[in-house]
Design a protein around this ligand. Structure first.
Ligand code: NAD
Length: 376
């Protein structure tokens, strides 16, 4: 089968959907790999490395015209017509982007969105949300450390003692856990909040302190269980108590990392403008949820701006929407392995594409087929 890997065209997207490692494996399975020249450059994979792995280098049309097209981001309106009717495309196609899916259906392609895979043990090796969120959590802390004008670790020097930075992490999913681990390695003192009480143990095992908020009503207890491992919106009564606890910590914090998200909904507002005002000058907020706040404005902090760094009330607020792309080489390596594992589910022993709807991962990821948008 002919497998194509076009260059990504979204602004700031540096990742690539296949690496020489995955090219070699697909080639060994008998496939022909066609990589658009320059597709890996921003991820530090030169054309020569793909050629050495056995890929053909081509122009954009050659890569887009393949039977199976591997992508990081969803094809743009200009790119979609480059796909052949009947072709298959695999990528992070945004299952919530109705217009994008309609476009793919209209082009007659079979489209799989990897973000829709269930969070099960079997799906772990192809879990792109986890592989990329892990990187985002790491990079958020690295950016905060870079912007912060003080040390992270406590230091005792001949010129006096320097206090450890206080880091507050909001949302303890995959990104939040990696942010805790990374800040801990740098020597910070960490406190973290999540709606799901089950993460308390994980926070503590990484050396952080969990910000306790009581669950006073049945409604609060039930909402806190979430759904499928994801958070559900919490009742206003609980959010008010959480806000009061978080506000106390944020006022004392040097760095706040916002990673709290609820799938399919606006990101919760956890760091209000008043809380930003209460922070010390020189403090840093890195908001991974930037651009996902109510109405697309702000993120976990309403003052954050997507893909911008702003200074408000003396606090530097980094609105980071695609942190994984800033670690392009490793992000691509992990993403390409996720893709390779997913392909095992949609390519049969004879090396042909097939759709097995009995497979829960395939059924969940299949977004469009035979001209129609299909949801699991
Ligand atoms: P996510 O990106 O959807 O959300 C990030 C975090 O924000 C979550 O922990 C969520 O509970 C939290 N959050 C939401 N509203 C909040 C609020 N008001 N205040 C504080 N925190 C809030 O989550 P994710 O990183 O994709 O992880 C979701 C779940 O999936 C987790 O339970 C994770 O452990 C689980 N998971 C399971 C597997 C697996 O079993 N294969 C793999 C990866 C992740």
């Amino acid at each position: 089968m002919l497998i194509g890997v076009p260059a990504e065209s979204s602004a700031g997207e540096t990742r690539v959907a296949a690496t020489p490692e995955t090219v070699k494996k697909l080639k060994a399975q008998g496939h022909t790999l066609r990589i658009e020249s320059g597709a890996g450059t921003a991820a530090s994979v030169p054309d020569a490395a793909y050629a050495a792995a056995g890929a053909e280098l081509s122009d954009a049309a050659g890569a887009w015209g393949a039977d199976l097209v591997l992508k990081v981001r969803s094809p743009s309106p200009a790119e979609t017509p480059r796909l052949r009717a009947g072709a298959t495309v695999v990528g992070m196609l945004d299952p919530l982007d109705a217009a994008g899916l309609q476009r793919l259906a209209g082009a007659g392609v079979t489209a799989y969105a990897l973000e829709a895979a269930p969070r099960t043990t079997r799906a772990q090796s192809m879990d792109v949300l986890s592989s990329q969120a892990n990187i985002a959590g790491y990079k958020a802390v690295m950016i905060a450390a870079d912007r912060y004008q003080r040390f992270f670790p406590m230091l005792m020097t001949a010129a006096g003692t320097v206090k450890a930075a206080r880091v507050v992490i909001l949302g303890v999913g995959v990104a939040g856990l990696q942010a805790i681990a990374t800040a801990k390695r740098l020597g910070a003192v960490i406190e973290a909040s999540d709606v799901r009480p089950s993460v308390k143990e994980q926070v503590e095992s990484l050396g952080g302190k969990f910000i306790e908020v009581s669950y006073d009503t049945d409604e609060e207890k039930q909402a806190a269980v979430g759904a499928g491992g994801y958070a559900k919106p919490m009742p206003a009564s609980w959010l008010a108590r959480q806000q009061a606890e978080v506000a106390k910590r944020v006022a004392l914090a040097d760095v706040v990392i916002g990673t709290a998200l609820i799938p399919g909904r606006a990101a919760p507002t956890l760091i209000t403008a008043d809380m930003v005002k209460s922070m010390k000058p020189g403090s840093v907020i890195v908001d991974i949820a930037a651009g996902k706040g109510p109405g697309g404005v702000g993120g976990n902090c309403p003052l954050s701006e997507a893909d911008k760094t702003v200074v408000q009330h003396g606090v530097t607020i980094v609105g980071a929407t695609n942190l994984a792309a800033l670690v392009a080489a490793d992000a691509s390596a992990l993403y390409a392995r996720n893709v390779l594992d997913f392909l095992k589910l949609i390519i049969n022993r004879e090396g042909a594409l097939h759709i097995d709807l009995q497979d829960d991962i395939v059924a969940a990821c299949l977004m469009t087929h035979e001209g129609a948008v299909r949801r699991a």
